[in-house]
Design a protein around this ligand. Structure first.
Ligand code: MYR
Length: 131
């Protein structure tokens, strides 16, 4: 189950990913230490996510397979959805400003929550530990 409170522990290539997203160096440096915590509550197809970081706190509700809108921490607006692929959550989101696609997955690996990100050929990960 994805349910629980997850705190970011480490990243892989996240700086390069943010750079590809067009985020400037100063914001990237702050984002690297954002202390992101996501609290996931899944009930069937319904997800409630509480996101908190040094940038903001935010609550998100979505249903698997249903489109919704979301603003990234830097303000970039996207629209898309999450779907279940086997044991993995797969999200496909389109940026409103340039129509380019960001894909992301969430999977449980050895008790950690691994979130992958892909944008325009750059892959990254952030790995979360259960609180
Ligand atoms: C959620 O499930 O947490 C809400 C929807 C997430 C949509 C997209 C997530 C990608 C976040 C990338 C952040 C990169 C900042 C440049």
């Amino acid at each position: 189950t994805f349910n629980g409170a997850w705190k970011v522990d480490r990243g892989e290539n996240y700086d390069k990913f943010m750079e590809q997203m067009g985020i400037n160096i100063m914001k990237r440096k702050l984002a690297e230490h954002d202390n992101l915590k996501i609290t996931i509550t899944q009930t069937g197809d319904q997800f409630h996510i509480k996101e908190s970081s040094t940038f903001r706190t935010k609550e998100i509700d979505f249903t698997l397979g249903a489109q919704f809108e979301y603003a990234l921490a830097d303000g970039t607006e996207v629209t898309g959805s999450w779907n279940m692929e086997g044991e993995m959550l797969k999200g496909t989101f389109t940026r409103k400003d340039n129509s380019k696609v960001l894909t992301t997955t969430r999977a449980l690996v050895n008790g950690e929550l691994v979130q992958s990100y892909n944008y325009e050929g750059v892959d990254a990960k952030r790995i979360f530990k259960k609180e």
